[in-house]
Design a protein around this ligand. Structure first.
Ligand SMILES: [Zn+2]
Ligand SMILES: [Zn+2]
Length: 384
């Protein structure tokens, strides 16, 4: 029997998902995962393109009802550098690697939908299923775009999803604007003249300067951010010194800044740079600052979000759609795709699981058939 004669049922989806879970691979190293995805797509007779961003895979499914619009459905495929703490039978077999964000489930749901759409291509137009590497930290979406994703595979719209712990299975959330924050990181090094701790006037106190800076930077959030616009700045590392009686010559601070509004982001970065320089000048220190904008905010197109909501509202598998959840301050590199192409990114309930990126997390297999139904419903409704 060929894949086209069968449709992946919940048991089949569970097997696929648990196999991906056992074999997690991190950013741009998803070789086994990528090969398995391509194999399963080909098994269903789907045209496959490999090699975009190294381990990216794209499958193209033509509708049987002739030409029409083209849409992209995207799943992320990478795992995290985390030691899994579940004792599940399908726990990671690779030390220090874990599918702790549910991308094993995202991959499975899109594969299931691809099979179902290939089996019954009762739509007009074309669907690209996009399996994207390196969502965590490395911006695989940006690399796919730089390597020609939207030139090689032109699309009218693109959609993504993420499982959401704490939301019941069978529930979903749609934001009509921002859903995930922009993500910047910084490393700054303050350098001065180290000296004897008993005679600080003979040198510079980089520790005091660093401590003052940590508190001053919070002023950007409390005093320069309009109160109705979310932003968060966290200093997450502070390194310096190695003796009781020595004032060190350098301290290094690292951290992250996240917000939604591009203008606010620009303003906060400018003021961040000014604050760091002013603090260094006041203390008579040299400063090196490496400030990097990593991911933009994930901002849904209002019209596309409305269409997603309409599809979800009509699905028997979906009991409730939330429209009032606050956006999340975590980040998502699907944002790069939404900068290039209109689309939307939804959340689907993962039930009462451990949090994302927690070593005790596991994707909820009960969500898989719902995700498969969602992708199909979206295609059949938008491309009819
Ligand atoms: Zn993640
Ligand atoms: Zn994720």
């Amino acid at each position: 029997m060929t894949a086209l004669e069968t449709c992946p049922d919940a048991e089949q989806l569970r097997q696929w998902r648990r196999d991906f879970h056992r074999h997690p691979e991190i950013a741009f190293e998803e070789h086994r995962t990528s090969a398995r995805i391509a194999e399963l797509l080909r098994e269903a007779g789907i045209e496959v393109h490999t090699g975009l961003a190294g381990t990216g895979v794209i499958g193209t499914i033509e509708g049987a009802r002739g030409p029409g619009r083209t849409i992209g459905l995207r799943a992320d495929i990478d795992a995290l550098a985390i030691e899994e703490a579940t004792e599940l039978e399908w726990a990671s077999r690779t030390p220090g690697r874990m599918h702790a964000c549910g991308h094993d489930g995202h991959t499975t749901m899109l594969l299931g939908a691809a099979w179902a759409l290939a089996r019954n291509p009762d739509f007009a137009g074309r669907v690209h299923v996009i399996f994207q590497p390196a969502e965590e930290n490395e911006g695989g979406a940006r690399v796919m775009i730089e390597e020609g994703l939207f030139d090689l595979f032109p699309m009218d719209a693109v959609y993504g999803l993420h499982n959401w712990p704490g939301m019941a299975v069978g529930e979903a959330a749609v934001h009509s604007g921002p859903s995930m924050a922009a993500f910047d990181v910084f490393t700054l090094r303050l350098s001065g003249r180290g000296c004897h701790a008993a005679m600080p006037h003979m040198g510079d106190d980089v520790i005091l300067a660093g401590c003052e800076l940590v508190t001053q930077l919070q002023g950007l959030i409390s005093r320069e951010r309009p109160a109705h616009q979310p932003a968060v700045l966290s200093v997450t590392q502070f390194h310096g010194g190695d003796a009781f009686n020595v004032m060190p010559g350098t301290v290094e601070l690292r951290g992250t800044l996240r917000c939604f509004d591009p203008k606010l982001r620009e303003h906060l970065e400018k003021r961040f740079r000014e604050a760091v320089q002013a603090s260094a000048d006041f203390h008579g220190l040299e400063v090196e600052l490496d400030y990097q904008s990593r991911y933009p905010a994930t901002i849904n197109d209002a019209e596309q979000a409305r269409r997603c909501a309409e599809v979800l509202e009509h699905m028997p598998e979906v009991r409730k759609v939330h429209y009032d959840l606050p956006p999340c301050m975590a980040s998502e590199d699907f944002a790069f795709m939404l900068e290039q192409c209109p689309g939307a990114y939804i959340w689907m309930g993962n039930g009462d699981s451990a949090a994302l990126h927690n070593p005790g997390y596991d994707f909820n297999d009960d969500l898989s058939p719902i995700g498969v139904a969602w992708w199909q419903a979206l295609v059949r409704r938008l491309l009819n």
